[in-house]
Design a protein around this ligand. Structure first.
Ligand SMILES: NC(=O)c1ccc[n+]([C@@H]2O[C@H](COP(=O)([O-])OP(=O)(O)OC[C@H]3O[C@@H](n4cnc5c(N)ncnc54)[C@H](O)[C@@H]3O)[C@@H](O)[C@H]2O)c1
Length: 334
C-alpha cells in the first residue's frame, strides 16, 4: 500500500484525506503523514483523520521513511519548489493543479522527475470523476461520431471575502483562470483528445478589486482540426454552472464533475448512469498504479505543462490582441 504524506492542510486537504480513507479501505494507498506550517491545522487534522505523524514543514516530512509519495496541496507559487524537493528526496509526487505558475518552473520539475526516476502526476482531478470517465468511454465507442466542437464552462461565485490573498494575485499564480480555468481547459483537452495548437482569448477583471482576472473567454484550436471554447467566470453575484457540452457528428454529450451526464440524439435527451466512485480516490488509484508499475500517468508532467502552455497563451493573447500559436506542444509526449 502506497504511503502518502500530504503537504498543506488548507481548504482542499479534506478531499484528499477523504479519498485516502477510501484508498485505505480498498488497500491501495493511505495517509501516513502530513505537514503544515500552522500548528492548529496540524493538530486538528491529526485528531480528526487519525494521521500517524504530523510535521511543521515538508523538509521534516521528507525524512519520514514511511512516506513513499507526497501530495503537494499548497498555493500555486509553491508547487514547483516543493515538488522538486520531494522528487530529489526520492518520492513520487502528486502535485495539485496548476502544475506551476510558469513554463520554466514546469521544465525544472520535469527535469527533477527525470533525474529521480519517480512519478510526477498533476492533480487535474476532472477526468477521474465518474461522469467524466463514463463520458470518455462513450466518446471512445464512437457511437456519437467524432467531436465537431465543444464548449467548456466553469462559472462559480468567486467568494472574494474568504478568498486567500495568494489566489487574488496573478503574481502568485492566482486568479480565476489559473485556479479554475485550469480545470475547464483540462476538461476540453480531455474531451477533444488532441493537443492545442493556437489560442485567442480575452480576459478581464470585471467584478472584483484584485490583481488577477475574474473572467476569461478563450477560443482554442486543436491539432485534429476541432475548435473549442472555454468560458471561465468567477462571478460576484452569479450561480454556478460548469461542465462540457460537446457537439458530435451523430449527437450531443453534456457532463460535469458533479455527476451529471446525458447524451442527446434526434431531439431526445437521455440521462446516463455511471459508477459514482469518488473522483479524488480514483485519482489516487491511478497515482498508486502508475507508481507501482513505473508508467506515465494520464495527467503526466508533460500533460500538465501543456495545460499551462494553453493558459499562459490565453493571457498573452488577451494582452496582445493576437492569436498565439503554441510552439512547444509537439515537443513533449503526454
Ligand atoms: N483538484 C481540485 O479540485 C482542487 C480544488 C481546490 C483547490 N485545489 C488546489 O489545491 C491546492 C491547495 O489549495 P487550498 O485551497 O487547500 O490552499 P490553502 O492556501 O487553503 O492551504 C495551503 C496550506 O499549506 C500550508 N503551507 C504553506 N507552505 C507550507 C510548507 N512549506 N510546508 C507545509 N505547509 C505549508 C499553509 O499553512 C496552508 O494551510 C491549490 O493548488 C489549489 O488550486 C484543487
Amino acid at each position: 500500500m502506497l504511503g502518502i504524506g500530504i503537504v498543506g492542510l488548507g481548504g482542499i486537504a479534506r478531499q484528499h484525506l477523504t479519498a485516502l480513507k477510501v484508498a485505505e479501505d480498498e488497500g491501495f494507498a493511505r495517509c501516513v503523514a502530513a505537514a503544515d506550517l500552522v500548528e492548529d491545522l496540524r493538530e486538528s487534522h491529526r485528531k480528526d483523520w487519525e494521521i500517524p505523524a504530523v510535521y511543521e514543514n515538508h523538509h521534516k516530512l521528507l525524512e519520514d521513511p514511511n512516506v513513499d509519495a507526497v501530495a503537494i496541496v499548497l498555493g500555486h507559487h509553491l508547487h514547483a519548489d516543493l515538488t522538486i524537493d520531494a522528487l530529489n528526496a526520492g518520492r513520487h509526487v502528486l502535485v495539485e493543479k496548476p502544475m506551476a505558475i510558469t513554463l520554466d518552473e514546469c521544465d525544472r520539475m520535469i527535469e527533477a522527475e527525470r533525474a529521480a526516476g519517480k512519478i510526477l502526476q498533476i492533480g487535474l482531478t476532472g477526468r477521474f470523476h465518474p461522469a467524466v470517465r463514463k463520458a470518455r468511454e462513450i466518446l471512445d465507442t464512437n457511437e456519437l461520431g467524432p467531436v465537431v466542437t465543444a464548449l467548456s464552462r466553469f462559472n462559480k461565485n468567486w467568494g472574494y471575502g474568504g478568498r486567500r490573498y495568494q489566489y487574488r494575485s496573478r503574481w502568485m499564480g492566482g486568479g480565476m483562470w489559473m485556479g479554475n480555468g485550469v480545470h475547464a481547459v483540462d476538461w476540453l483537452v480531455h474531451c477533444v483528445g488532441a493537443k492545442a495548437v493556437a489560442v485567442k482569448a480575452r480576459q478581464s477583471t470585471s467584478m472584483h478589486y484584485q490583481g488577477a482576472d475574474d473572467a476569461t473567454t478563450a477560443f482554442v484550436q486543436f491539432a485534429n482540426g476541432v475548435p473549442g471554447l472555454v468560458v471561465v467566470v468567477g462571478s460576484a453575484h452569479g450561480c454556478a454552472t460548469d461542465g462540457i457540452e460537446a457537439h458530435c457528428a451523430l449527437g450531443e454529450i453534456q457532463y460535469n464533475v458533479r455527476g451529471s451526464l446525458r447524451i442527446g440524439a434526434n431531439n431526445q435527451w437521455r440521462e446516463v448512469e455511471h459508477d459514482g466512485k469518488h473522483g479524488f480516490a480514483e485519482q489516487y488509484r491511478h497515482f498508486a498504479e502508475a507508481a507501482a508499475m513505473g508508467i506515465r500517468p494520464q495527467t503526466s508532467s508533460h500533460y500538465g505543462r501543456h495545460i499551462l502552455e494553453i493558459l499562459v497563451a490565453a493571457e498573452e493573447s488577451s494582452i496582445t490582441g493576437r492569436e498565439v500559436h503554441l510552439t512547444d506542444y509537439h515537443r513533449l509526449p503526454w
